[in-house]
Design a protein around this ligand. Sequence first.
Ligand code: GLN
Length: 306
Amino acid sequence: MCGLYGVLSYGNKVKDMAEITEALAVESAVRGTDATGIAYNKNGKLIVFKKSKSAYEMTFSVPKNTVAVMGHTRHATQGTLNFNGNNHPFKGMCGDEEFALAHNGIICNDKKLRRELRLPSTIIDTDSYIAVQLIESQKKLDFKSLKYMAEEVEGSFSFSVLDSNDNLYIVKGDSPISILHFKKRQVYVYASTISILWKALVDTELFRDLKCGDYEDIEIQDGEILKISSKGKIQKTKFDFDEYGSCGYDWRKGFEYSNANEYVDDIKSVAQYYGYDSDEIDCLLNNGFTPEEVEEMLYADDFLEV
Ligand SMILES: NC(=O)CC[C@H](N)C(=O)O
């Protein structure tokens, strides 16, 4: 679980892009506090600012006339966060066009793809980075290369990609994403969940429009790629999304853990993001709940009723 978030203002009507960015990052921290990062274009250069810190500890400075910012809050699954290169967003290059990519999920065939497709070896250890390399291998960032990437990777995912012309792409696998369009303000805002979006936007200049319902939901389904151009135009395409095709993952059984402790440890680590500590998990287990049941409760957020 990581957080994806971003904002694209195509009418230059947003007064404070930094404020919206910071609000989105801070609310997205519930999905990961290992590292935080943002990417945006400034004077024709793609800037990536990221640190192995939670969003609560960061200050975000985004130039006033910035069109688009995309960001990530990380709950690391692979690749130590102490090496900042492992954190999101990652920079990529197609010809002389730079892009930035962030990922929510776990990709399990990254090493296999790197080997089989003879992609360059890299010091970046994060599974997500394979997506950058797959796009780079197609020499152009567009629907075609994103579709190729999305169909090659196996696991769970959604990606956000920002190109050097401020076009923003969302590649939707099974990880959640919610997008709102404030037509009058000419701005799109997205985050991993609608509750993150709402909580973030109450503290910003978009609150009034939010409260008055002056916005539209932008629909995106699993297996779709959405492009929001720097001018605010929406285009969509599809890719073959095999929801149950993840390597090592059987949707009937879940991920195969090599032992039960590993599974319980994982539950405990997720639990802390919901504000519960290991003792509370142990207590439920000692009271006869199975780890699967405890995990279900956690996601359903009905812990308190137990
Ligand atoms: N929790 C996530 O979505 C993590 C993304 C990626 N697997 C990483 O480790 O950085």
